[in-house]
Design a protein around this ligand. Structure first.
Ligand SMILES: [Fe+2]
Ligand SMILES: [Fe+2]
Length: 216
């Protein structure tokens, strides 16, 4: 029987989520097994300053994926329909691919993870659980808006990554395509348009994350 077809009770779901949280924060996420898009892509000549800047940008994207895990896992905990729970868990698995790719690129560039990841994860988990409790239509709308904002954010990072750093560019381009697909899927499943004040609050939280994580 597949994971999506199996019926989980509340205890099973809690244990599954605790397992995923440990995997996410320990840096051993369960991916879908897709190849890293940067595999075999040659790197051009980068200055030390470019490598350091790109490593910090990828640190931001890594933390963004930690947040995505928190959001999806929180939503999976409180989502009402089993179809939405399964969709959230599938999305979380795909975001783990992004998490692993960002992690690998940070290491190649000589960077490090953010010290603030556990805090951002906890906040995102609480936000996701709250969104899930509001009902699937709002929860899916929250996913669609999140993915729309992340898609724009990745485009701004692509503008900053120099052409010589093709490995980073390949990873970001694939992530952007995936986020676009996740957003479209959430809208197709009935996600509602969020009120403008909520959209603006989400943008403000995202700016706070990107500015703090660039430095720590
Ligand atoms: Fe992602
Ligand atoms: Fe996504």
């Amino acid at each position: 029987m597949s994971d999506t077809a199996r019926h989980y009770n509340a205890t099973d779901r809690c244990l599954h989520i605790i397992d995923q949280v440990i995997q996410t924060l320990s840096g051993q996420p369960k991916t879908t097994g897709r190849d890293n898009p940067a595999r075999g892509v040659p790197e051009g000549n980068l200055t030390a300053a470019e490598r350091a800047h790109h490593a910090r940008l990828m640190r931001i994207n890594h933390t963004g994926e930690i947040c995505a895990q928190g959001l999806y896992q929180g939503q999976a905990l409180t989502a009402r329909s089993t179809a939405t729970q399964a969709a959230m868990q599938q999305a979380a698995a795909e975001e783990n691919d992004h998490l692993a790719w960002c992690d690998q690129r940070i290491r190649q560039l000589g960077g490090r993870h953010s010290y603030l990841n556990p805090l951002w994860f906890a906040g995102s988990f609480a936000l996701g659980a709250s969104a899930g409790a509001l009902g699937d239509r709002w929860s899916l709308g929250f996913v669609a808006e999140t993915e729309r904002q992340v898609e724009g954010h990745l485009g701004r990072h692509l503008d900053q990554i120099t052409p010589a750093d093709q490995p980073t560019r390949c990873i970001l381009a694939q992530m952007q395509a995936d986020e676009t697909a996740h957003g479209a899927e959430a809208r197709a499943q009935g996600g509602a348009d969020l009120p403008l004040p909520i959209q603006l609050a989400m943008q403000a939280a995202s700016r706070l994350m990107t500015h703090t994580v660039y430095y720590c």
